[in-house]
Design a binder for this molecule. Structure first.
Ligand SMILES: NC(=O)c1ccc[n+]([C@@H]2O[C@H](COP(=O)([O-])OP(=O)(O)OC[C@H]3O[C@@H](n4cnc5c(N)ncnc54)[C@H](O)[C@@H]3O)[C@@H](O)[C@H]2O)c1
Ligand SMILES: O=C(O)C[C@H](O)C(=O)O
Ligand SMILES: [Mg+2]
Length: 603
């Protein structure tokens, strides 16, 4: 039984008391006919709750505390050696006891995030069909076109937010077709863990639009259709139907695009018509800007003296460069001056106007015209030519920042900014250890996937994690709570600014670029507030009552609306107690036994 799938309990609006409400709806029918959901077997449920839910005897006798449950889960997890085994255990837990899963995650964000998200989710996707166990989301195939709205009716829950991929660029691992489903599942788990969006109101959505991955197509276990990738025109028509169908089925739904090979056309096409954003272009741009604002404060280099070399000129590279351009403009540079601070490098070398061959449209804005006909092919050559203050990696090429390049950056700058941002860890352009070693501890560092803390000259050095998980939960929650008709560029920019202000004085003192991930829920409140305020500024909000509240009241409101697995689990026992008294006329004795009423103390 999947926590999000057809057998999962439906959340009620507002108070969200899934299990008990289902029972209430069925109270006139004989209770035996109600099939318990996986969640009903929680070992922390009281005896009276079990009797009422008709699960008494179906769970082991002990009534456990959460602490005990958590101890068992962590012990099981720690006994497993491989990260992928841990991932699978945690998936099973989410699918059988989602409140416990999210409690565990809330208490151990730093430890568990790398297991449910990057880097482990990369391996899970590579082997998704091979290890398939639960549906976990919705699959829509190209062959389903013309019927998408009807198929969406099969999803049994109200949906506030969906993450949609076609699997064509999963992290830096290439086209994985429908095996990319792990990404929407992982991102939406983070929406719940970081921003408290109710898990049952999230929809992981994987589009089966064919795959260019021949190995997958020839694999007998592959669970997608065995056709080549549809054309750009076919994809456009399919997405047109999808966007209309999603919004008709769930008006107000927020749609996050994720890990598409070429996401620029859809962002341009839908961003003003639907409440949507692209995480790889916009979320990444915002998260890197958030860390960069803090890096600039520490490096002391003024915007007009910054020279940024980007290895990778795809959706993430261009998204980040655009966001930093906007920042430089706000700092006083003209658009042209700001744009000229960037040198983008792709698989063919430095992106210039006059290099032979076709130049993709999204690269034109940053293409250099001051290279005097010279074409620089390697990163080393570009570094020598540009003498950068900043080196960003969004190339999917693990190890591309060689020791030689890192040493050169350290020679050129007192505090070079080095951000190897490709995911998963195997694709990171360098490790934290190498960055520290070859810059003699002087670089300002953030990576896309996590690296461990390092001992350097008797001090603990903590790497920053420049991953869009710091912002997308707040962008999504901000759009939901403000009921925005669209997600504007100002909302995205506001998420970055808010993130940069979310560090504690101790974190600032320790020169961190990003806040401690363990505080992600507090950070998401700040980001959400920034996003809502920007939506109000742009007049795209429909929740007008929020316009007049103070920041403190806004934060309270946001927190109040966040799903809290701790309360939720306790709620069930409390609610069942109340319902048992009300519906059955039963009394709960001080020892927790049921007396009188329809059950008359019997099971
Ligand atoms: N840290 C984050 O939050 C974050 C967010 C989004 C994407 N990413 C990561 O960034 C990477 C790129 O994502 P994307 O969406 O831009 O992908 P993409 O496919 O759109 O772009 C990849 C870019 O890298 C270039 N490239 C490929 N091989 C190269 C080589 N040998 N030398 C130089 N350049 C080369 C390509 O030409 C292209 O410009 C992925 O690994 C992804 O996981 C990280
Ligand atoms: O998924 C991530 O960890 C970040 C980003 O969206 C990516 O595509 O790499
Ligand atoms: Mg992504």
């Amino acid at each position: 039984m999947s926590s999000r799938g057809p057998n999962a309990p439906a959340p009620s609006k507002g108070s969200r008391k899934p299990t008990a409400n289902i029972r209430a709806a069925h109270h006139v029918a004989p209770l035996r006919h109600v099939v318990p959901s996986a969640q009903d077997f929680d070992t922390s449920y009281s005896i009276e709750a079990r009797k009422y839910l008709m699960t008494y005897g179906l769970t082991p006798p002990a009534v456990e505390t959460f602490e005990n449950q958590a101890k068992r889960c962590m012990a099981i997890l720690n006994r497993k050696e491989l990260p992928l085994e841990k991932y699978r255990y945690l998936s099973a837990l989410r699918n059988t006891n989602m409140h416990l899963f999210y409690r565990l995650l809330a208490d151990n964000v730093k430890e568990l995030t790398p297991l449910i998200y990057t880097p482990t989710v990369g391996e899970a996707c590579q082997r998704w069909s091979e290890l398939y166990t639960f549906p976990e989301g919705l699959y829509l195939s190209y062959a389903d076109r013309g019927h998408l709205h009807t198929i969406l009716q099969n999803w049994p829950h109200e949906v506030q937010i969906t993450v949609v991929t076609d699997g064509s660029r999963i992290l830096g691992l290439g086209d994985l077709g429908i095996d990319g489903m792990g990404i929407p599942v992982g991102k939406l788990s983070l929406y719940t863990a970081c921003a408290g969006i109710h898990p049952l109101m999230t929809l992981p959505l994987c589009l089966d639009l064919g795959t260019s991955n021949v190995e997958k197509r020839n694999d007998p276990l592959y669970l997608g259709s065995r056709r080549d990738k549809v054309t750009a025109e076919e994809e456009k028509e399919f997405l047109d139907e999808l966007m209309a169908a999603l919004t008709e089925r769930w008006p107000g739904i927020v749609i996050q695009y994720e890990d598409f090979k070429n996401p620029f056309p859809s962002l341009e096409r839908y961003q003003e018509t639907y409440t949507m954003f692209n995480d790889d272009i916009q979320g990444t741009g915002a998260v890197i800007l958030g860390g960069f604002i803090n890096a600039v404060k520490q490096s002391g280099t003024a915007p007009q003296n910054q020279r940024a070399v980007f290895l990778g000129a795809g959706s993430a590279g261009v998204g980040v460069a655009k966001q930093l351009t906007e920042f430089f403009m706000k700092e006083g540079l003209s658009e042209d001056e700001a744009r000229k601070r960037f040198w983008l490098v792709d698989s063919k070398g430095l992106v210039t106007m006059d290099r032979p061959g076709e130049l993709a449209e999204h690269k034109v804005y940053f293409a250099r015209d001051d290279n005097n006909g010279e074409q620089y092919k390697t990163l080393e050559d570009v570094v020598e030519y540009v003498k950068p203050t900043i080196l960003m990696g969004l190339s999917t090429i693990g190890g591309a920042f060689t020791p030689k390049i890192l040493e050169r950056l350290a020679e050129l700058n007192e505090r070079p900014v080095i951000f190897p941002l490709s995911n998963p860890s195997s694709k990171s352009e360098c490790t934290f250890e190498d960055a520290i070693k070859y810059t003699k501890g002087m670089c300002l560092f953030a990576s896309g996937s996590p690296f461990p803390t390092l001992q350097w000259q008797g001090k603990d050095l903590v790497p920053g994690q420049g991953n869009n998980m710091y912002v997308f939960p707040g962008i999504g929650l901000g759009a939901i709570l403000s009921k925005s008709v669209s997600v504007t560029q100002n909302m995205i920019y506001a998420s970055a600014e808010a993130l940069s202000t979310s560090l504690t004085p101790e974190e600032v003192e320790s020169n961190w670029l990003y806040p401690n991930i363990s505080r992600i829920r507090d950070v998401s409140v700040i980001v959400t507030r920034g996003v809502i305020r920007a939506a109000q500024g742009d007049g795209v909000d429909r929740e007008l009552a929020l316009r007049n509240v103070s920041d403190e009241e806004m934060d309270q409101f946001i927190r109040h609306r966040m799903y809290d697995p701790f309360k939720e689990q306790d709620h069930v026992s409390q609610e069942v107690r109340e319902l048992a008294q009300h519906v059955l006329g039963a009394q709960i004795t001080s020892e927790g036994k049921i007396s009188g009423g329809a059950t008359n103390g019997k099971l």
